[in-house]
Design a protein around this ligand. Structure first.
Ligand code: DAH
Length: 516
């Protein structure tokens, strides 16, 4: 016996074996009811065993629909007494023509049957209506005694109680069509018949010989204790058996990627910080040496808040220092932006446009050396497109210590992206708060182009001096959704916020691990 066949036989349930045995005896297709009889099983067990045998390719289960015809009470009355047009014809045959209005009286039929009867008289061409008279036709003359096929069928059903539509002769099929078109005479019950037949593969197994013996489905304490387990037969596990789809809960992919990013920075020795989403323009722009007429502050880019329209400023000392740096550069060696700095502009409430303000706040409170990162949502007045959202997440970080330089910054970013599985390149860039400044880009094979993921640079003295920081500070701020798009292989950024359950279910739990 082939190894494969032995395995299949071993994994058969006893009911499956019994169904196969039943087929062995009959050698042709049989009904589940036959098997119920011959194997002494209930119909449910037979059907489920047959289904499972069919999924293994050992039997074929064929389904045939059958219509069972029976008479409704109306149908029964017509079958006994005759169809209304038949009754009309009998009288019409004697009188030849009757005025339309007298038909009810002449025939004793109720008004509903008169309408039906006249309709069918005309339809069957037994009579015609001419100037208010119902007149018999030649066809009517000939038909007045011979029952038609619809009437024959009606009688057949009356006699037999019910009839299957499958075995009707062609002529009676036409009768059925006619009866079907008069609603409410006949009841149709649809039933499905199954027939089961053996396949070549199933026959092969039967030829090898299938032995039916009781199997232990569960090993019990008693079996072990009495050593009975030694003599029991066990059915093999079918590891390829069909199983229901299973969708356990899992983290949303964007949240998972944010957690991955968090872990990378924690493992690189960074401290996590956070800051408010509703920010003052002071922390979002002014202390980052962004002039008050800077384009990014315009309404088109920044969401200004109506309520509360202003936010607290930090202590006088810092505010004055920032003012001075903007106006003439203070002690930084810079000329500043050479304009009159306005406290009220700095007080405006905004939804933070980047997480760089979290870094500024942290530097104010914590003396270097330090490594800090933050992950959070930022807001910009962008038109929504496949790659733009008005809300998205950034990961921001700073490294402050005496020896830190621009090269270290590039090294940190390279390392970070490498851990996520990307290779980066750097391009010169400009930000008001950094010098040197750079933008990180990664290469997209499919698009054959580089896409921008974020900015970085060394904070300028105009940022650091008012905050009282005397060491160099390397800083970076990177978009998260674009990274997620690339990692998840999606073409539209909106997918990340769509909660498309089908897509979410199919996504692997982790990059590179697809459990499908
Ligand atoms: N804040 C910038 C943005 O949102 C990104 C950025 C650039 C952050 C340079 C930094 C930096 O910390 O040093 O596009």
């Amino acid at each position: 016996m082939s190894k494969e066949n032995t395995r299949i036989i071993n994994e058969l349930h006893i009911y499956e074996k019994k169904v196969l045995k039943a087929l062995e005896k009959s050698r042709q297709s049989i009904t589940p009811e036959d098997i119920v009889q011959s194997q002494n099983l209930d119909i449910k067990s037979v059907m489920s065993a047959a289904g499972s045998l069919a999924s293994k390719g050992l039997v074929k289960v064929q389904k045939d629909m059958e219509e069972i015809l029976s008479l409704s009470p109306d149908g029964e009355a017509f079958a006994r007494d005759g169809l209304p047009e038949r009754k009309l014809l009998e009288i019409l045959y004697l009188q030849k023509n009757i005025p339309m209005k007298d038909i009810g009286q002449e025939t004793g039929l109720n008004p509903k049957d008169v309408i039906i009867g006249v309709g069918w008289l005309v339809r069957k061409k037994w009579a015609k209506i001419d100037q208010g008279m119902v007149k018999i036709t030649i066809l009517g003359e000939e038909s007045h005694k011979t029952p038609q096929i619809d009437e024959k069928l009606l009688h057949m059903i009356l006699e037999q109680g019910e009839i299957s539509s499958i075995n009707l002769e062609e002529e009676l099929q036409n009768g059925l069509k006619l009866l079907k078109s008069r609603k409410g005479l006949i009841n149709f019950d649809k039933i499905t018949n199954h027939t089961i037949s053996i396949t070549k593969k199933g026959q092969e197994l039967l030829d090898e010989g299938i032995i039916i013996q009781e199997e232990a489905t569960q090993l019990t304490h008693h079996h072990l204790k009495t050593r009975k387990w030694k003599n029991l037969t066990y059915r093999g596990y079918d590891v390829q058996a069909e199983y229901p789809e299973f969708h356990p809960g899992k983290m949303h992919p964007l949240r998972r990627i944010m957690d991955e990013i968090r872990n990378i920075f924690l493992n690189m020795g960074f401290t996590e910080s956070r800051g408010p989403i509703l920010e003052s323009a002071f922390w979002n722009f002014d202390c980052l040496f962004q002039p008050q007429d800077h384009a990014a502050r315009e309404m088109q880019d920044t969401f200004y808040i109506k309520n509360p329209s202003t936010s607290w400023l930090p202590g006088e000392e810092l505010v004055d220092k920032v003012k001075k740096v903007h106006e003439d550069g203070a002690q930084t060696g810079s000329e500043g932006w050479c304009y009159n700095w306005d406290k009220d502009v700095a007080r405006q409430s905004v939804l933070r446009t980047h997480t760089t303000c979290v870094s500024a706040r942290f530097l104010k409170e914590n003396p270097p050396p330090l490594k800090m990162f933050s992950i959070g949502r930022v807001f910009r007045r962008e038109t929504i497109t496949y790659k733009h959202l008005p809300e998205f997440n950034q990961v921001e970080g700073i490294v402050a210590a005496d020896e830190v330089n621009f090269r270290n910054l590039l090294g940190i970013l390279k390392e970070f992206y490498k851990k996520l599985g990307f290779e980066v390149r750097f391009r010169p860039a400009y930000f008001p708060y950094t010098y040197l400044s750079t933008e990180c880009e990664i290469y997209l094979e499919e698009k054959e182009s580089w896409i921008e993921l974020g900015g970085a640079g060394m904070f300028r003295p105009e940022v650091l001096e008012p905050l009282g920081v005397t060491t160099p500070v390397a800083a970076f701020g990177l978009g998260i959704e674009r990274l997620a798009m690339i990692e998840l292989g999606i073409k539209d950024i909106r997918m990340l916020y769509k909660s498309d359950i089908g897509w979410l279910r199919k996504l692997p739990l982790k990059k590179g691990i697809n459990l499908d």
